[in-house]
Design a protein around this ligand. Structure first.
Ligand code: MTE
Ligand code: MO
Length: 223
């Protein structure tokens, strides 16, 4: 098994992410995904709308920017490209071309992908992992899965997808740890400014403490 540069396989698939000790967000009883931005009108994608879209399976490894990789995951859902072609393209005014897509989760988390990366054939709007509906640890009810990009692009608990015609402002753009706008794992695009190889050793030392904190996050809050 070959992993992208600077990645190490870990056992299982911990709930990693930036939320650490936060429990997963509350999900509404009838969760929908709002599609908005540069569309002629917004669209609300309900669970039954999603169920009508063609589905596929995707076997892939999952790579966190901190250097761990979970291997051999089997996702199911609809490709982002299918959603885009069937539901979004009909809502574009003539001449409008989408360049960036913002994915937002019920916990307020956001990620941005450039159009070309989101349209790759391994990008799923996924609702199942290893034959089961997504658990709250891994993004229930629906998450983005883009295994060729670092975990931070893979927004969990999707509630909104926004279509943009230019790069949306990045509040962290001046941070030394600003995210890489492409975040492609095979090119080791971890951060915008720092080369991947420079941050690798720091991250590797953080993996086990992060793993401990993340495990705490998956526990139900008391009461
Ligand atoms: N909604 C939401 N999605 C998120 C995050 C988050 O904090 N909230 N963290 C991201 C990061 S940094 C990673 S590495 C992956 C981790 O996915 P996992 O928790 O299923 O292991 O989720 C990503 N998607
Ligand atoms: Mo991450």
């Amino acid at each position: 098994m070959t992993l992208p540069p600077g990645q190490r396989a870990i056992d299982g698939f911990p709930r990693f992410g930036t939320h650490l000790h936060h429990p997963p967000p509350q999900i509404p009883a009838d969760p929908v995904i709002e599609l908005g931005g540069a569309l002629t009108e917004p669209l609300t994608l309900t669970e039954s709308d999603r169920a009508q879209l063609p589905r596929r399976e995707l076997a892939a490894d999952f790579h966190c920017v901190a250097g761990w990789s979970a291997t051999d995951l089997l996702w199911e859902g609809t490709t982002f490209e299918t959603l885009y072609r069937l539901r979004v393209e009909p809502l574009l005014a003539p001449g409008v071309s989408i360049t960036h897509i913002v994915f937002q989760g019920f916990d307020g988390y956001r990620s941005v992908a450039v159009f070309e990366d989101a349209m790759a054939d391994d990008v799923l709007i996924a609702d199942r992992l290893d034959g089961q509906p997504l658990t709250s640890d891994h993004g229930a009810p629906v998450r983005l899965v883009s295994p060729s990009q670092y975990g931070f692009v893979n927004t969990k608990h999707l509630c909104r997808i926004e279509f943009h015609t230019s790069a949306p402002p990045d509040p962290d753009r001046f941070s030394p740890l600003a995210a890489h706008p492409r975040a492609r794992v095979w090119a080791e695009e971890r951060h915008r400014y720092l080369p991947g190889r420079v941050v690798r050793p720091i991250y590797h030392r953080l993996i086990s403490p992060i793993r401990a904190l993340s495990a705490r996050g998956s526990r139900k809050p008391p009461g």
